[in-house]
Write a protein that binds this ligand. Structure first.
Ligand code: NAD
Length: 292
């Protein structure tokens, strides 16, 4: 069944996601505060106009404050029983606050952050981590099938964001561990290909080593082979690590490695040359340094 979909936030991720929904035959009405034209997507003049009469409103926005502001405008415009589907990566508290407001207005909220990046958004192969009610999840499932290849229902509102930041905290930590181990291996005179061949098939393996190897010319194609052009930019990794630490603080969880990874990416992005480079460019960073 074709649905009427409002889509707010047509940036690097939102534009290709909206395009895929339109191409699959849904009526998509988009809004972005910057003027953007997306193939097959109607343009609304405001977020509330895009939301009016929609069966589902999708948001793909930069952060929790912006999500809260957009939700305050959109929720009163939505029809009762419609789904408010936020795919942005935001703090757990904002996700839960927006969900509570939406529920109070008779809507079905979902937080469904994604992994897979711009390539996954364009190809329709994102993974969705979803928090919210079963009814809302079932309604949104056809959209997840179009925009992604996998959706995991993680429980109540906020749990999608919780899953996302826990995953990305592991990613940040394993990428740093992989990069510092390569830098150590170099100094020990161990060949990088040998290092990869051993670790990728031994207990040190991880996605960072096996699928996204930070050493150029080693392992599968990755941003390292393209002079560390993102990929997944270091500043986006920093954003997600900060969200993990905000959540850890709010829930009184002890995350020493998450904290250390956040501080390292902060230094890399803000004090060094990390901004605009892929997050795996931690390897040349470690290579250039001495024991601190
Ligand atoms: P982006 O900056 O390219 O897009 C955000 C869009 O939101 C912009 O076009 C901006 O104009 C629009 N916007 C901002 N405020 C608005 C408002 N008040 N009303 C309407 N539109 C507004 O960012 P992106 O890369 O598309 O990322 C979007 C979200 O997805 C972020 O939360 C990000 O963390 C997450 N994410 C990104 C990636 C990635 O690889 N880029 C991967 C996974 C998750």
């Amino acid at each position: 069944r074709a649905m009427k979909i409002g889509f707010i936030g047509l940036g690097n991720m939102g534009a290709p996601m909206a395009k895929n929904l339109a191409r699959a035959g849904h009526e998509v009405i988009g809004y972005d505060m910057a003027t953007v034209a997306v193939d097959g997507v109607w343009s609304a003049r405001s977020a509330s106009e895009a939301a009016t009469d929609a069966d589902i409103v999708v948001t793909m926005l930069p952060n929790g404050d912006i999500l809260r502001a957009v939700a305050a405008e959109v929720i009163p415009a939505m029809k009762s029983g419609a789904v408010l589907l936020d795919c942005s990566t935001v703090d757990v508290e904002s996700a839960r606050a927006v969900a509570a407001d939406a529920e109070a207005a008779g809507l079905l909220p979902l937080d469904a952050p994604v992994s897979g990046g711009i390539g996954g958004a364009a190809a329709g192969t994102l993974t969705f981590m979803v928090g919210g009610s079963e009814a809302a999840y079932k309604t949104a499932l056809p959209l997840f099938d179009i925009m992604g290849q996998k959706a995991v229902h993680c429980g109540a509102s906020g749990n999608g964001q919780a899953a996302k930041i826990c995953n990305n905290m592991i990613l940040g930590v394993t990428m740093i561990a992989t990069c510092e181990a390569f830098a150590l291996a170099d100094k020990l005179g161990l060949d990088r290909q040998a290092m990869f061949d051993v670790v990728s098939t031994s207990s040190g393996y991880s996605w960072s080593m096996n699928a996204y190897c930070p050493a150029p010319g080693i392992g599968p194609q990755s941003p390292a082979d393209n002079d560390y052009t993102p990929g997944f930019a270091a500043e986006l990794m920093l954003k997600d690590l900060r969200l993990s630490q905000q959540a850890a603080e709010a829930s009184d969880a002890d995350t020493p490695l998450g904290q250390a990874a956040t501080e390292l990416y902060r230094t890399f992005v803000e004090d060094e040359d990390g901004k605009g480079r892929d997050f795996s460019a931690m390897l040349p960073r470690f290579e250039a340094r001495k024991r601190g």
